[in-house]
Design a protein around this ligand. Structure first.
Ligand code: C5P
Length: 224
């Protein structure tokens, strides 16, 4: 059995950073499932497809010409779409928004299901997303659900963009986060919610190191 730790939660809660730190510490593989939805949206847009056309977008998801360059365990990987490096492009707000639009379609989710499960390889997998514990890896021994208020997440995103020299209105970021939450939690297929056996960690007043320590504690308790 290949062990899996699932990390689910809403946008901007810091799942990606924690999943990466955890995978590095354990020497495990990392699945950034959100990247697959972002790549699907980008690929569909580049083919000139209408994002409202679920069948066409699902075909794009099935045929996704993506390569994740093999990095060290837990290291950020470069993402290539048809050979072109799109690592930065898929991180834009526009791509995240388009991803959450196409993630609503059941056909798209089915098209990406096996591709995600194929990441489960020895010595273990840290899987980051919205439905890792509920749908993709329901058998995972250790499931974590990270939360923080929308206001805290908007403030963190604001600080991050400011450090990168970008100026944005915090009210705009808050609205984007609230809209994304509504779409992710309100969809019929695989809505964002904690698995019944997930441990919920409210990160509102915790540093990344404190969250990492909390997740490692959950993992060691599950093994005992
Ligand atoms: O996590 P990230 O922000 O990269 O995800 C982008 C979008 O992809 C999310 O807002 C969500 O709609 C979708 N997603 C999903 N299921 C996952 C991961 C991401 O529906 N497991």
């Amino acid at each position: 059995m290949v062990p899996v730790i699932t990390i689910d939660g809403p946008s901007g809660v810091g799942k990606g950073s924690i999943a990466q730190m955890l995978a590095r510490q354990l020497g495990w593989h990392l699945l950034d499932s959100g990247a697959l939805y972002r790549l699907t949206a980008l690929s569909a847009l580049r083919q000139g497809l209408d994002l409202a056309d679920a069948d066409a977008v699902a075909t794009a998801a099935r045929d996704l010409p993506v390569t994740f360059t093999a990095g060290e365990p837990g290291e950020p990987v470069a993402v290539l779409l048809s050979g072109e490096d799109v690592t930065r492009e898929i991180r834009t707000e526009a791509c995240g928004k388009a991803a959450s639009t196409v993630a609503v379609y059941p056909l798209v989710r089915q098209a990406l299901l096996q591709r995600q499960r194929d990441f489960q390889r020895l010595p273990g997998l840290v899987a980051d997303g919205r439905d890792m514990g509920t749908v993709i890896f329901p058998e995972a021994l250790c499931k974590v659900y990270m939360t923080a208020s929308a206001e805290v997440r908007a403030q963190r995103r604001y600080d991050q963009l400011k450090r990168q020299g970008e100026s944005v209105k915090i009210s705009h970021l808050l609205k984007e986060i609230q809209d994304r939450d509504a779409r992710d939690m309100g969809r019929v297929e695989a809505p964002l919610r904690p698995a019944e056996d997930a441990v919920i960690i409210d990160t509102s007043s915790l540093t990344l190191d404190e969250v990492l320590a909390a997740v490692l504690k959950v993992w060691s308790e599950k093994q005992a």
